[in-house]
Write a protein that binds this ligand. Sequence first.
Ligand code: NAP
Length: 339
Amino acid sequence: MVLKFGVIGTGAIGQEHIERLSKKLIGSQVVAVNDINEASAKEAVKKMGINAHFYKNAHDLINADEVDAIVVTSWGPTHEEFVLAAIAVGKPVFCEKPLAVTADGCKKIVDAEIKHGKRLVQVGFMRPFDSTYRQLKAALDSGEIGQPLLLNCKHFNPIVGDSYTTDMAIVDTLIHELDVLRWLLDDDYKSARVIYPRKTSKASGHLMDPQMVILETTKGIVINTEIFVNCMYGYDIQCEVIGENGIASLPEPTQVVFRKDGNLQRAILVDWKKRFIDAYDVELQAFINNVTSGQFTQGASAWDGYSAAVAADACVKAQQTGNQEHISMPATPSFYRKK
Ligand code: NAP
């Protein structure tokens, strides 16, 4: 069976997903695209040699008979509208993060999916599909280092543009940590606090960079995450778990080691697309498999998208107040509990 996809948003990650759905993954084909920028969308699919219809209106694409499943890769504030429209016509939808820009928006999606009575939504949180995070989770689940007590995490980008704002460190960047650490520790968050260290001279005038976010989970684990989006040297993701019997760290991505010119060297990745390229493939293949099997057993659910948004809201509040903010997560509805 070949699943026919309609993709809304043909920007950076939209084009990546169109390419993998068309050329790399098994059981998928892109038959329709939409973007507010018609010329660039048409140009993008033409360049990839893909024969997909262009729809001027995203809702027409969602409703089209030729489209079996939707991928939403447009600008974040549009996600809620398009995901709700897909649920309304009972079509499966893969939505890039964020599921919606507010926790209330995510909750509307959760309510609509539960009302529909069958899982349709997968959120584009790809880190749980990354092989290095999977190795770290297997190590923790094996009990090798005992109970996790404390985590030190880093999310560093080489540089960001002037349009990147202080709250984006949470809603665009930390949101990946909020999702993957919930999954890694099988836990929810209880509180958040944000500290601003000395500001780098490389950041725009309005941007507080770096930032330290200190989270506490319901099991009492404390997570220290450093967000530094103008670190200058690379795209660097780190996670160190300190347990009762030892420390487990996220493996570095495999790179050739050079002995050359009096140096022992290994490159650090700079492009986020390269760091998680395999994880994006695996998560979208999982979505295809979820849809074709009729069982959503893999990937982030709408509830996971909502949970990350609730925690992100508290972190943004903590940025503004300087206080430790309480995070109140309702119990997972049975609809989303793992069987
Ligand atoms: P992007 O390059 O700006 O692409 C977004 C595209 O959506 C642009 O072509 C934009 O057109 C279009 N668009 C905006 N409003 C629209 C509307 N109402 N209807 C249809 N198309 C619309 O951004 P991106 O980097 O691809 O990011 C897209 C989404 O993916 C974001 O939510 C982002 O957070 C997420 N993302 C996730 C990851 C990940 O690691 N999982 C990585 C990157 C991005 P204009 O340019 O003309 O506005």
